[in-house]
Design a binder for this molecule. Structure first.
Ligand SMILES: *Cc1c(COP(=O)(O)O)cnc(C)c1O
Length: 338
């Protein structure tokens, strides 16, 4: 199984490291926890979107595009990485930011990823709350066309079957590493949002007949909706790559019990996870995705879900740039310390 026939640009620093987190594992007293460092993929502080953009930007180039359009939440990591890729490749970049959280503070609106979007020279536009994202995207497309540009639409999170190829590739990379390390992983845990990461992983696992189990920790949608979204894209991706083994609906698991009040609103568990991993491992998680994913992992170690497991792998999907958009919330946590 290889992806050579799909157009691809080299943007990511690969393979990313797969290493143990022994101080965290010891502190929790459960299975050994490993981390796959997809926060170190390169491209503007890294993250999971770099792998997707290798395929998406190659497709944009092959279609003769000169401008990419994408969308996301105000503190979207995907938008920031797309803006960086566009800068690197000499594309124009229009980004539509969606106001998903109720009462954002000044850091959220101007620092972190938003600051970087502007640094990369992206044209930043804000969608009104409750706006129809698809409509806004197609309006931007029409407008750019009218202005004589050749636009290319990248969906939110880069999650279509082209972007998902990045995580098919990651599944193969992990398979290689586990083989070399003679390591058996009981479960791979990661944060799931727009679904391309989990869908790509599952398609790659099916294509390579790997026994790896994947657990997504949802950050936005309820379980049934999230799992269906992942399953649909995983099936489309598996078909796209010609995977022979059919995907089973039961292999798609997204636990959406760690969302709390909603997307982009960190829970106490999220902030605890961010702080614990920073203080025990010197690694930056983020308050929107990986902090929630790790909060789920930690809770499952504590409640015994993983009591029969020896090795758990956390896929670090990036996002640390948004920490600066959450400055007051993080500082609030330390003010409460006695
Ligand atoms: C986008 C993102 C995710 C979720 O990946 P999807 O492919 O959208 O499900 C997880 N972590 C971080 C840091 C992200 O930016």
């Amino acid at each position: 199984m290889h992806l050579d026939r799909f157009p691809r640009l080299s943007l990511a620093h690969l393979p990313t490291r797969l290493e143990p987190m022994d101080r965290l594992s010891n502190a929790l007293g459960g299975p050994r926890i490993w981390i796959k460092r997809d926060d170190c993929t390169g491209l503007a502080t890294g993250g999971n979107k770099t792998r997707k953009l290798e395929f998406l930007m190659a497709d944009a180039r092959d279609q003769g595009a000169d401008t990419v359009i994408t969308c996301g939440a105000v503190q979207s990591n995907h938008v920031r990485q797309t803006a960086a890729a566009a800068a690197l490749l000499g594309f124009g970049c229009v980004v539509l930011l969606e106001h998903r959280i109720g009462a954002p503070n000044q850091s959220y609106l101007t620092s972190g990823n938003v600051l970087l979007d502007r640094l990369f020279g992206a044209q930043v536009e804000h969608m009104p709350e409750g706006a129809n994202v698809d409509e806004c995207m197609s309006d931007a497309y029409d407008r750019l066309k009218h202005d004589g540009k050749k636009p290319y639409l990248i969906p939110g999170g880069g999650s279509n079957r082209i972007g998902a190829l990045g995580y098919v590739d990651c599944a193969l990379e992990i398979g290689q590493q586990l083989l070399q390390m003679e390591l058996a992983i009981d479960c791979l845990v990661h944060a799931t949002g727009s679904s391309g990461t989990q869908a790509g992983l599952l398609a790659g696992i099916a294509a390579s007949s790997s026994p790896l189990a994947v657990l997504g920790i949802g950050v936005r949608a309820p379980q049934e909706i999230q799992e269906q979204k992942v399953f649909d894209l995983a099936c489309a991706t598996a078909e796209y790559i010609g995977a022979k083994n059919p995907l089973k609906r039961e292999s798609v698991v997204a636990d959406c019990n760690y969302i709390g009040e909603g997307y982009g609103i960190p829970t106490d568990g999220t902030l605890e996870a961010v702080e614990l991993v920073a203080r025990l491992e010197g690694i930056l998680l983020d308050p929107v995705y990986t902090g929630k994913g790790m909060a789920g992992l930690i809770d499952k170690v504590r409640n015994g879900t993983f009591r029969h497991a020896k090795n758990i792998l956390f896929l670090h999907t990036g996002g640390a740039a948004s920490l600066f958009g959450y400055q007051p919330i993080l500082e609030g946590r330390w003010r409460e310390d006695p």
